[in-house]
Design a protein around this ligand. Structure first.
Ligand code: SF4
Length: 727
């Protein structure tokens, strides 16, 4: 008997009439998949496929990549610049020169009246690295505001901060190939199959070749937890306690790599003294993982020939996010698991080019991982740009999450948002709305004119998207990938690179400013020169090499045939003495926790169909149809006494606001927790508190307390939401 589609209804792939496939790189997440876009006879993009021979994705794409060609002509794109006197007026279309002149004049007016730092810029993790470099040059070398940051504060700031504290520099040390060598993998707060499906596929391929234990630490029984050998359902926000307890067992039982600790680290004594306080019995009372499991995991990890830890937002989006990253690094340093095949601390990055802005965006310092606080770094960049080093601020300014409160207090009067949508992405939506309303001047530069934050802008600049332009992205494993230009920009939208260059011209009359190359390849050559001899050396790369090798990992030194898979293979770190730091991490409980009035934890995260605030994926029929509405996962045992049924609606209330969502009953969440995807506007961030990590300033999106009640009248619920929004 014959079974299967092969014999009955073979899958037929419709002929889209592709006459040419063009190489580029996916613009959603930071996995860095090489993609080919199919063009028909008219030049329209009609199909996408994974590029064969690309080491990252080996011909595969996830559902977002498969439909990415639909982006070019998706709904809501902006095609001409718009201006208005106040946010209560209607927008009027204008030409580029008028819009850019007005932006330049308003920045100068605000800076003249209130000081240089009263105008802030918040960028993104979405645009090309050359664009980040150019924006950094504009902000640091021409406009001269120190309140310049990126929305990467909302996703990767804790990873950056943790790497810097442990190793002396940002830069993920490992790579995807580590899956093929590791003997134990531990994942913290990462639902890899949904968040990064192609990285998960790489892991699965490695597991099919060779079995090794996978341990998933997550309060929810995620898809990843379901396939793990061990699932540790940790109490939200207590990762540092668990990691301290693992280190406690490893040191106490003599399982540490003492030779590595002695040769390559500082601070071992103080670290040992701190973790001595975190015995498994005491720790289990805080983190919710029983003492025997703590001991078993510690032994398994320390005895593995090679062990690695990956993590995503479960660690980063916490009041202890930076400490969580440092705690992971501590674990890998005491077990000698850095820089060897299968041994690493690998943060799985979010946005396609969050790495590019970290490297070259100058948001936390100067380009090429240089510091504003270091005289030699300041002078090098000033000389290269041909300006006075004294024009640079002495230390970094406010992070994105501090820029918005500074608008509230009147310190900041004007704001330029580049591909950033705080009305959906920031915690506590009601507060953000009032904050944006206070601005004297708001510029929104985005590919979509219907982005929620644009309701509050005075000028809208329509930007080209993804492969409507050319440049590079850096992925999670430090691989620089080329985004080739596939289509012309939509309407009269312009590449961000062009917009930054045009704004720079408006400042050239005020003071001596750096020169700005006319092409992205010209900017790439500047980056190469500035990177020579540094950890993130790009000097051996060229656009042709990036396309031919389908991505090259930095460092890639001049003349090298290719890049470098791992950092710190020689045990030399970026601190002056070449040693990493073991840092003691006392745990301080400072979260909003469930109580009688608000008895549930509220957790949030991603679904595979959507990307961040749905600015793009919310417009794509095939993605939206699989995940069209906000919903909440709730445990049936918790729902029953409240009279809440599967498929009904419920109202969630926190100390900030409320939201109404559809209920999905599932055992995936514990009885005292609910989970809501974070992508939807006017949903989870109406509720979230977002206390900030003291080191990274990243918000704790995943830890706050909520009350739940049935909302049987869906019409009333909808009206309520609209009314709350109007308020
Ligand atoms: Fe694009 Fe990420 Fe999907 Fe790869 S995994 S196709 S990079 S969204």
């Amino acid at each position: 008997m014959l079974f299967g589609r092969k014999h009955k209804n073979p899958i037929k792939i419709a002929d889209k009439g592709v006459v040419e496939w063009k190489y580029t790189t996916c613009g959603y997440c930071s996995t860095g998949c090489s993609i080919e876009v199919g063009l028909d006879r008219s030049g329209a993009a009609v199909a996408s496929r994974g590029a064969a021979g690309a080491d990252v994705n080996r011909g595969k794409l996830c559902i977002k990549g498969i439909f990415e060609h639909e982006l070019f002509e998706s709904a809501g794109r902006g095609s001409v610049p718009l201006m208005r006197r106040s946010r209560l007026d209607a927008f009027a279309e204008t030409d580029w020169d008028s819009a850019l002149d007005h932006v330049g004049a308003e920045i100068k007016r605000i800076q003249a009246a209130h000081g240089r730092d009263s105008f802030a810029i918040v960028s993104t993790g979405q645009i090309m690295t050359e664009e980040f470099y150019t924006l950094g040059k504009l902000a640091r070398g021409a406009i001269g505001t120190n309140n310049y940051c990126g929305n990467t504060t909302l996703c990767m700031a804790s990873a950056v901060s943790g790497y810097k504290r442990s190793f002396g520099s940002d830069g993920p040390p490992g790579c995807y190939e580590d899956f093929e060598h590791t003997e134990c993998l531990m994942a913290f707060g990462s639902n890899l199959p949904e968040q990064h499906p192609i990285i998960f596929w790489r892991l699965k391929m490695a597991l099919e070749q060779r079995k090794f234990p996978v341990i998933v630490v997550d309060p929810r029984v995620t898809m990843f937890a379901q396939m793990a050998d061990m699932h540790l359902p940790i109490t939200p926000g207590t990762d540092v306690v668990l990691l301290n307890a693992l280190a406690h067992v490893i040191l106490k039982e003599g399982l540490a790599d003492q030779a590595y600790i002695d040769a390559h680290t500082n601070g071992a004594e103080a670290f040992a003294a701190l973790v001595a306080q975190y015995d498994p019995v005491s720790a289990s009372k805080i983190c919710g993982i029983d003492e025997d499991t703590i001991r078993n995991v510690a032994r398994l990890y320390a005895k593995a020939g090679a062990a690695m830890t990956i993590w995503t937002m479960g660690i980063n989006q916490s009041t202890h996010g930076s400490d969580g990253v440092v705690a992971i690094n501590n674990l890998n340093l005491i077990t000698g698991n850095i820089g060897k095949p299968g041994s690493t601390s690998l943060s799985i990055t979010g946005q396609a080019n969050a790495m590019g802005t970290r490297e070259w965006g100058s948001t936390t310092g100067l380009p090429g991982y240089r510091y504003l606080e270091k005289d030699t770094d300041r002078q090098e960049v000033a000389d290269f740009w041909g300006i006075d080093a004294e024009f640079f601020p002495r230390q970094r300014g406010l992070a994105m999450t501090d820029i918005l409160p500074a608008i509230e207090t009147g310190q900041i009067k004007g704001l330029w948002l580049v591909a950033t949508n705080p009305m959906t992405s920031m915690p506590n939506t009601a507060r953000i709305r009032k904050t944006l309303e206070k601005l004297e001047f708001l510029v929104v530069q985005d590919a979509y004119r219907d982005v929620e934050t644009n309701e509050y802008s005075h000028v809208y600049l329509p930007a080209a998207v993804w492969a409507e332009k050319e440049g590079v992205f850096t992925n999670t494993e430090r691989r620089v990938n080329l985004v080739r230009n596939v289509q012309k920009p939509h309407g009269d939208s312009k590449p961000d690179f062009w917009i930054f260059n045009q704004i720079a011209k408006r400042f050239a009359t005020e003071r001596k400013i750096p020169s700005f190359p006319e092409t992205t390849e010209g900017a790439f050559e500047e980056m190469k020169a500035l990177s020579k001899g540094r950890m993130l050396d790009y000097s051996g790369m060229s656009y042709a090499m990036l396309e031919q090798q389908k991505g090259v990992q930095w460092p890639c030194t001049e003349g090298a045939a290719s890049g470098t898979q791992r950092l710190y293979a020689d045990g030399k770190f970026q601190y002056d003495d070449g040693r990493a730091k073991l840092i003691p991490l006392p745990y301080v409980e400072n979260n909003e926790v469930p109580c009688d009035d608000y008895p549930f934890w509220l957790n949030s995260g991603r679904v595979v169909e959507h990307f961040h605030t749905r600015t793009r994926t919310g417009k794509m029929g095939n993605l939206n149809k699989f995940s069209p509405t906000p919903y909440m996962e709730m445990n049936p045992d918790a729902a029953k006494p409240l009279g809440i049924a599967h498929g009904s609606y419920a109202r969630l209330t926190t100390r900030r606001g409320d939201a109404v969502v559809m209920v999905q009953l599932t055992q995936r969440v514990p009885r005292d927790m609910v989970f809501i995807p974070f992508h939807f506007h006017e949903c989870v961030n109406r509720l979230s508190l977002g206390l900030l990590d003291p080191h990274s300033r990243q918000p704790a999106y995943k830890q706050c307390a909520v009350r739940i009640e049935p909302a049987p009248d869906q019409h009333a619920a909808a009206v309520h939401n609209v009314a709350a929004r109007a308020y």
